[in-house]
Every structure is written in structure tokens, then in C-alpha cells.
Write a new protein. Structure first.
Length: 255
């Protein structure tokens, strides 16, 4: 009888231990799911990541992209145009935002892979009707992010490419810069989206490096500054959110 009682006590202890482990695993999975939901962005860093980088802290990953690990291996997804289609070329054109014309120039000499991708996308009229859902208004972090299909910065996880090109050695992105948004800590995490810098901005690099500068605004910068001056609906911080007035890309053409 005593042996049976000892066996039952041991079995009870094992069940309690297994229950504790199961609860712990479930809680960890829930936390991971919440983190993935909150860290969506194929992009330049969030305000909090920017501040952390400035303070010399480790920035959390900004990737909720299910193919991010594959992209990090250094391979482009299917259908990405070859860089040599843009090598040595300069593409000029116009980006129309809410009816306002912004002249642009993309540099295939310093960023051939990026220029090839954006030329291919504009040739296919990919950007017509898409949104610019993110605006930052901090004095030293002032960008308008464009090229999203919806009201957030979620991008297609099956469209990723690299490598990084023409990243600034001093981490400074002058006003008028057009750069490529990407998932954090991923040199092959570039996607469809880009950002326009409307005031000189310093963005510390993450573990992958900086952000590809593909071109510049040549005219119509006032279109972007007026959008910025209208303010934001705060999102991740008081200076990072959606433009007060929704911004739509009417068209984007390059030749």
C-alpha cells in the first residue's frame, strides 16, 4: 500500500510539472504572436528603434515577414529584375501624390539593383492607387513612406530582394533623398516600399547596415512638405503615424 501511495504521489508531481511547462510554452507562444503583430514593417526603423540605436542599444527586429529568414540568406525572390538592366543608367520621371507632381531621378550607377526593381514596378503601373501610410515628423527623423497597398506598412512577404546599395557612410539621408524601405536587420529585406526624406535625417544602421539610397527628388518637394505640415495621427509615437490627410499615389512613371 505504501508503494502504491508513493507511486500516486510521483505521478501527481509529474502531472503538475507537465502542466506548468505547458502553460509556460503557451505563454511564450502568445508573447511571440503579439510581438509579430506589433512589429510589422518592411521598413526603415520605428521611432523607438531609432531612439534605441542613438542611445547605443540593441534595436529589436522590425520583421514580421515569414520569408525574412529565407531572404536573409542572400537570395532574391522570383521575378526580381537583374541589376545589369539598370547599370550606368539614370531614370527620370514623376511621382504624383494627391494630385501634386514630384519630379524624381533614380541612379542606376550607385544603386543598379534598386533602380532596376523600381523601373520594373513603375513600367507595370504597380504604384497607381497605392498609399503613403507612414509619416514621421521628428526634427532629425523626417520621412514619408510610400508604396503600401493598405493603411499600414505591410508588404508582400514573397517579394524581397537585395543587396543593400549606396548606403551613406555617415548615416545621414539629406532632404530630397529617395531610399528603399526594408525589414529590419535584413540586407535582402527590401520590398515594394520607399521613403522620401523631407528634412535632413540621420538613421543609425541596424545589423544589416543602412538603407539603399536609390535616387532623389528633383522638383516638387513642396508637395511632400505640405503633407508633413498637415501633421499626423500618432501611431507608434507622437511623431510617427499616418498623415492626417490620406496620401494616395496617383501615378509613378520613369523613363
Amino acid at each position: 500500500m505504501e508503494a502504491k501511495r508513493e507511486l500516486r504521489r510521483a505521478q501527481g508531481k509529474r502531472r503538475r510539472r507537465d502542466n506548468v511547462i505547458a502553460v509556460g510554452v503557451g505563454a511564450a507562444a502568445l508573447v511571440a504572436a503579439v510581438v509579430l503583430q506589433l512589429t510589422v514593417f518592411n521598413s526603415n526603423p520605428s521611432e523607438s528603434e531609432f531612439a534605441a540605436a542613438q542611445a547605443g542599444l540593441s534595436s529589436p527586429s522590425a520583421s514580421a515577414n515569414p520569408s525574412a529568414s529565407a531572404a536573409a540568406t542572400g537570395s532574391n525572390s522570383a521575378g526580381i529584375p537583374k541589376a545589369d538592366t539598370a547599370v550606368g543608367k539614370t531614370f527620370t520621371g514623376q511621382l504624383s501624390l494627391n494630385g501634386g507632381a514630384v519630379g524624381v531621378e533614380l541612379d542606376g550607377t550607385t544603386a543598379p539593383q534598386a533602380a532596376a526593381v523600381f523601373k520594373s514596378l513603375t513600367d507595370a503601373s504597380y504604384y497607381s492607387g497605392l498609399k503613403c501610410p507612414r509619416l514621421t515628423t521628428a526634427d532629425n527623423f523626417s520621412v514619408l513612406q510610400c508604396g503600401a497597398k493598405g493603411t499600414d506598412t505591410t508588404d508582400d512577404p514573397n517579394f524581397h530582394w537585395g543587396p543593400l546599395e549606396n548606403t551613406p557612410a555617415n548615416n545621414t539621408y539629406p532632404a530630397g533623398t529617395i531610399a528603399v524601405a526594408r525589414t529590419g536587420n535584413n540586407a535582402y529585406g527590401n520590398g515594394h516600399q520607399f521613403f522620401i526624406v523631407y528634412k535632413d535625417t540621420v538613421i543609425p544602421p541596424d545589423s544589416a547596415g543602412g538603407y539603399t539610397i536609390v535616387g532623389k527628388v528633383t522638383s516638387g518637394m513642396d508637395v511632400v512638405t505640405k503633407i508633413a505640415q498637415a501633421g499626423i495621427n500618432p501611431g507608434s509615437s507622437a511623431t510617427d503615424g499616418a498623415p492626417v490627410a490620406a496620401v494616395t499615389i496617383d501615378s509613378f512613371s520613369l523613363k
